[in-house]
Write a protein that binds this ligand. Structure first.
Ligand code: SF4
Ligand code: SF4
Length: 110
């Protein structure tokens, strides 16, 4: 893994996330939160529907994150990755909590 710098942020690749909760459980500062629900998916030829987890919400609190990279390293589905972000400014404490929209892509100015 490339060592992150203070100007790197974590991007969530939403379609790759299976809501497995590994990142939530392993984050040493408990700064990742996630909500999901289950849906049944019927596939042609399958004898019964398959249950899949659907991501509803995913947040990282950058007020607590220490940029250790454990979440990126442990995600089994490569749904998290470091991305450079330039010119980011937070207006206040609440602005440091990034939801799916702000984590998606991770390259905007915040
Ligand atoms: S980089 Fe470390 S502290 Fe930040 S969200 Fe990932 S596991 Fe948590
Ligand atoms: S470890 Fe990866 S796949 Fe699992 S919940 Fe976190 S981001 Fe999603």
């Amino acid at each position: 893994m490339t060592a992150p710098t203070p100007h790197h942020f974590i991007a969530l690749i939403e379609d790759a996330c299976t809501s497995c909760l590994i990142c939530v459980q392993e984050c040493p500062t408990w700064c990742i939160s996630l909500d999901s629900h289950h849906e049944e998916v019927s596939e042609p030829g399958a004898r019964r529907p398959r249950t899949v987890s659907v991501l509803d919400d995913f947040r990282i609190d950058y007020g607590l994150c220490m940029y250790c990279g454990i979440c990126v390293d442990l995600c089994p589905f490569d749904a998290l990755e470091w991305r450079p972000r330039v010119g980011y400014q937070a207006e206040g404490r609440d602005d440091l909590v990034h939801d799916i929209a702000r984590l998606d892509g991770g390259t905007s100015d915040g």
